[in-house]
Design a binder for this molecule. Sequence first.
Ligand code: 1CP
Length: 351
Amino acid sequence: MNRRQLTNAPLLQAARGETPDHTPVWFMRQAGRSLPEYRKLREGVGMLESCFNPDMLAEITLQPVRRHGVDAAILFSDIVVPLKAAGVNLDIVPGRGPVLEHPIRTLSDVQALPTLEHEITEVAEGIDTILSELTETQALIGFVGGPFTLASYLVEGGPSKNHIHTKALMHNEPKTWALLMEKITATVTAFLATQMHAGIDAMQLFDSWAGFLTEHDYRELVQPYSAQILETARDIPRIHFGVGTGELLPDMAAAGPDVVGVDWRVPLDRAAERIHRVSGRVTGLQGNLDPAMLFASESAIAREVARIKGEARAAIEAGNATGHIFNLGHGVLPETDPEVITRTVRLIQED
Ligand code: 1CP
């Protein structure tokens, strides 16, 4: 396909280390339950059903772009969509998340796990529609789930607090773990290929739960697979994100992304300094307003936005970062007032 050549999209400029005319901003989970128009469209339609419906996934992706004027759309999908498309028996349960009928815990379970071997045409078709409606300054960010996060859903069988079965498998059966990682990497790479062929402008690797790992386990047993996934997307800007990853940021940067996503716990200038000093890499930064701040007063939000922008600027001036994409430190909370989101987006872009 012919990818859009967007020279003036602020998000892509920031990711490439150029200087955009304003700080680009998008919010993780900007599409979804905080928006009344989303809740209306989803009435009576299952989450996975909506992810495999080209018109619906396009419309839901575009809703927050129209309403908030953000600099990027994030593809409406889910990290488990490629597993479902590969034939894994799972569902996304309202109020809970992805749930598997049979958790994957043994070598024979892993051997029987199907991998994605085809393009997901519904997603490709949805992306086509999205791209026809975005302007030349609005980027479409595609995404896939990271290897540890996806493994956790597969091995635990659903959302997990402590990831006990996953960590036990990792340490008890290294060969089974390696095969599981290889299969997840193959499936994720295939889903990413669908999105790249359809024309996404940038991508984010969401290894949301990687922050639960020790540095050693992350480095030895997870990061090499993330590096493989990111390498297949080298033609577009790549963002690498996880939650609670303060200690892992240098290893996440070493996996090869153009931009590292930072949650709200670590100031951006300290994150960048640590990445540069430990990994020797200088990347872009993404983040890092605490999602709970959107429930604070307008003036408190303004102070936090100014602090975060100042820390990003300090990181760039110190030579520890190449640019800044504003985002939350994790996803928009469902109870967030959409008008506060719109106002905060404007504040970030104008100041
Ligand atoms: O009932 C509903 O409306 C479903 C809620 C929902 C939504 C809106 C789920 C179930 N997934 C999504 C969309 C989604 N998921 C997007 C696109 C929307 C956007 O960002 O604007 C993306 C990027 C994801 C990715 C995703 N799914 C992640 C990584 C991002 C993150 O938040 O860390 C994870 C961990 C999932 C699993 C998942 N899917 C859904 C839920 C509720 C969960 C989390 C469950 C848990 O806490 O373990």
